[in-house]
Design a protein around this ligand. Structure first.
Ligand code: F6P
Length: 542
């Protein structure tokens, strides 16, 4: 595209529109249009989105949709679903949507239909899962597997941990699932300290099978297993791999018959529903896992076909652009009111920030507008007693996503009503606040009034679903995946590469021998890095 984003007519029209909207208060927007709370909603794949508490009017949405059209969002969606190599900097297709395509659908990469391959792996995962869950798969000493430890990091960890926690209600409670990601030895030590090696299966999950953290942890797991079982032959009974790299898997000593593959057209942070989800499937069983895939697929189809003004991921993504680029908001808070979703914000951090934390456009030009906001959050109500103060009365504008469910998976007394009352109350308080007059009328002393006033006009989405089922989880994840794609498309960046993680890895490799060598190394870094390395060496030697 020769024009820049700022040159687009829709962008310019949003700029002028912003100056009309920015000082409008949600109190007035609601007073002028009482039907707004019912109209500014959309529903798909079991998710209901209320986006009425945004500093946006019907006109804003119209102009944002126009921006999507002028940015060829439709064409980009079609290109993704068609398998075009839209990850241009890595010359790859981007086909996480193929991972949940039902049998019989066809999606081609380089002339080959990949959907049958996806189902072949799913069937292999289901077969293996059945053998683990039934006890048919025996460890080296003949004991069944009771513990499953996923070793992976980033996309090979965050998705599996999040999904395990999210779907715990549906999991086999006779199995213990653990996740080791950090190269800090504490992670491995604590995850395995109470496990019996004879009953433990390690899933080494790594797209590349070269990641330093994962390979180090996998070697430690190997040594831990061998220390107890004392035979190299035990490794085949206690290790399986999930990877795209059969050669490295085999070099590690894992029989490639026990490898579950995926493909370079699946990005790491989009891989939790590829074989990287093996631990999830073992925990919840193939049926629940397939239900989760069906939820993903329902949202995929919605994203692919629904008009943007009714399209949940498009609306979510466009509103994020609205706040990031026009209001200057720097973060998005994701606030799930469900304890099972406690790892959802952490999962979203990689999905959103590794995807859209970029400052070069696809054609290599520096952007002159802000991109990827910082995503963060905690489950409610815990966050309310921690950082909500800043969201309500701080100086920053923080759009919030509240996520809640109409029915609890653990109905206990009045807990669920109490929980959900807080979702509705928080969104209401943020939007409408409390005026100085209201505070005064309650008899508050004048000097205290400013402190007890809530200016409001703080935007939020409320995402509601019936219950946290595997289907709903799949739809929720796909909602954010496609919201990220919508944002990346508007910003003209590539949400599917991650060159920004390389430099630190390369420098760490150079520093490792400098920390490990017996002789004083000749250090050639800047003065700060040199001094830190020297200090570390001195203290370590004590
Ligand atoms: O360092 C970032 C990253 O490449 C992520 O994109 C990826 O999810 C993670 O490392 C793990 O990579 P792998 O699955 O190849 O071990």
């Amino acid at each position: 595209m020769s024009t820049t984003l700022r040159d687009l007519p829709a962008w310019k029209s949003l700029e002028s529109h912003y100056s009309e909207v920015k000082d409008r208060h949600l109190r007035d927007l609601f007073a002028e249009d009482p039907g707004r709370g019912e109209r500014m909603t959309a529903e798909a794949a079991g998710l209901f989105l209320d986006y009425s508490k945004h500093r946006a009017t019907h006109e804003t949405l119209k102009r944002l949709v126009k921006l999507a059209e002028e940015s060829d969002l439709r064409g980009r969606i079609d290109a993704m679903f068609r398998g075009d190599p839209i990850n241009a900097t890595e010359h790859r297709s981007v086909l996480h949507v193929a991972l949940r395509a039902p049998k019989g659908q066809s999606i081609f990469v380089d002339g080959k239909d990949v959907v049958p391959d996806v189902h072949e792996v799913l069937d292999k995962m289901a077969g293996f899962t059945g053998r683990i869950r039934s006890g048919e798969w025996k460890g080296y000493t003949g004991k069944p597997i009771r513990n499953v430890v996923n070793i992976g990091i980033g996309g090979s960890d965050l998705g599996p941990v999040m999904a395990y926690e999210a779907l715990r209600h549906y999991s086999d409670r006779g199995l213990t699932l653990r996740f080791v990601s950090n190269v800090d030895g504490t992670d491995f030590a604590e995850a395995t300290r109470d496990l019996d090696p004879a009953e433990t299966l390690f899933i080494v999950s790594s797209k590349t099978f070269t990641t330093l953290e994962t390979m180090t942890n996998a070697q430690t797991a190997r040594a831990w297993t061998l220390a107890a079982l004392k035979d190299d032959a035990s490794i085949a009974r206690h290790f399986v791999a999930v990877s795209t790299n059969a050669e490295e898997v085999s070099k590690f000593g894992i029989d490639t018959a026990n490898m579950f593959g995926f493909w370079d057209w699946v990005g790491g942070r989009y891989s939790m529903d590829a074989a990287i989800g093996l631990s999830t499937m073992i925990a919840v069983g193939p049926e629940n896992y397939r239900a989760m895939l069906a939820g993903f697929h329902a949202m995929d189809e919605h994203y692919r076909t629904a008009p943007f003004e009714k399209n949940l991921p498009a609306i979510l993504g466009l509103l994020t652009v609205w706040y990031t680029d026009f209001f200057g908001a720097e973060t998005v808070a994701v606030l799930p009111y469900d304890q099972y979703l406690k790892r959802f914000p952490a999962y979203l951090q990689q999905l959103t920030m590794e995807s859209n934390g970029k400052s070069e456009t696809l054609d290599g030009k520096r952007v002159d507008y802000p991109t990827g906001p910082i995503y963060w959050g905690e489950p409610g109500t815990n966050g309310q007693h921690s950082f909500y103060q800043l969201i309500h009365q701080g100086t920053r504008l923080i759009p919030c996503d509240f996520i809640g469910f109409c029915r609890s998976l653990n109905p206990v007394g009045e807990h669920h009503d109490l929980l959900m009352s807080n979702v509705f109350a928080q969104a209401e308080a943020l939007a409408f606040g409390k005026t100085a007059e209201q505070v005064k009328s309650e008899g508050t002393a004048d000097w205290l009034v400013p402190h007890r006033t809530f200016e409001g006009n703080r935007p939020s989405n409320v995402i509601l679903a019936d219950r946290l089922t595997p289907e709903v989880l799949g739809a929720l994840i796909a909602l954010y995946e496609h919201s990220v794609f919508t944002q990346g498309t508007i910003w003209r960046i590539n949400p599917f590469d991650q060159w920004g993680v390389e430099l630190g890895k390369v420098l760490a490799k150079r520093i490792i021998p400098e920390l490990e060598s017996k002789d004083e190394p000749k250090l050639n870094h800047d003065s700060s890095t040199n001094a830190l390395i020297r200090r570390y060496r001195q203290h370590k030697a004590r």
